[in-house]
Design a protein around this ligand. Structure first.
Ligand SMILES: [Zn+2]
Length: 277
């Protein structure tokens, strides 16, 4: 799944490697996918994209917003897409949800695994899309301070039942953070995923803030997780501290076997000793 570090990585690569490429052909996928989210018909995609030019890309949360000039953007990301550049037709996947052929006979494909988006949006409508809302605060940016983070907790009523997991990835949510990196953040801060957000102490909130910034910065610097792929189909350099490979393995901090639970629509991994409930 694409989260903020993967979105940053792919956006940076599109910006560097695809900028200036003219679109000679566009296909809104050759394989129907129930959970691929589009904004128009295949004919509309083809008519709009052909003749336009890739003019850069940036990450917004877990989305990759590609400038398609004049006047449009492609919003990719948010899910399990594989977004790949192909120097020739040899490596094109059999099934895809979006294919662009550039004038120099190179390609970009988007293949959705699970769910994902390939939305073609007029640039002036981008601000109305909450998922790419430029007004949101990136945990990699200077506005993401401890004061800002603590402020999110001030909105909680004492009886609010939200778990820290739900708080971090759903409401209010840290922009671009999903269930993957959340495991390492909670582990590093010694907070159990089932803890109620409203019950955390100031020290625990501080530890979570520090871990959020540290994990997401390191992962971004390393090009995302080693289970994900970049634009050139290379795995990232960030090995998660906790993921499915660690279940039953000793916690690096205390030796207790790492546990797994299903909680709020996803797997959670934690050390029962370092992250007490
Ligand atoms: Zn431990």
């Amino acid at each position: 799944m694409i989260e903020l570090p993967e979105a940053q990585t792919v956006a940076r690569q599109i910006d560097a490697d695809l900028r200036g490429k003219g679109i000679a052909a566009a296909q809104r996928g050759n394989s129907p996918h129930k959970f691929a989210f589009y904004t128009g018909s295949p004919e509309e995609y083809e008519a709009t994209l052909v003749g336009r030019t890739i003019c850069g890309a940036e990450a917004m949360g877990n989305h990759i917003v590609v400038a398609v000039e004049p006047g449009y953007v492609l919003a990719l990301g948010c899910g399990g897409e594989r977004i790949l550049y192909h120097p020739d037709a040899q490596t094109l996947p059999k099934k895809h949800q979006l294919l662009l052929r550039f004038a120099d006979d190179t390609y970009l494909t988007v293949s959705v695994q699970g769910w994902g988006a390939a939305q073609l949006v007029p640039r002036e409508d981008l601000g109305a899309r909450t998922y790419v809302d430029p007004g949101r605060v990136s945990p990699l940016g200077g506005a993401f301070t401890l004061e800002h983070y603590d402020g999110l907790f001030q909105d909680l009523e004492p009886k609010d039942s939200r778990s820290i997991k739900f708080f971090c990835i759903s409401k209010p949510g840290i922009w671009g953070l999903g269930n993957g990196y959340l495991q390492d953040i909670l582990y590093q801060a010694h907070v159990h995923p089932r803890r109620k957000a409203a019950d955390l102490t100031p020290d625990e909130r501080r530890a979570l803030f520090d871990a959020t910034v540290d994990v997401l910065r390191r992962a971004t610097d390393l090009g995302g997780r080693d289970t994900e792929r970049d634009l050139h189909n290379r795995p990232g350099g960030y090995r998660p501290a906790l993921d499915r490979r660690m279940v039953g393995e000793p916690c690096p901090g205390c030796g207790t076997p790492i546990a797994k639970i299903q909680f709020q629509g996803g797997s959670c991994y934690f050390c029962p000793d370092c992250q007490p409930l």
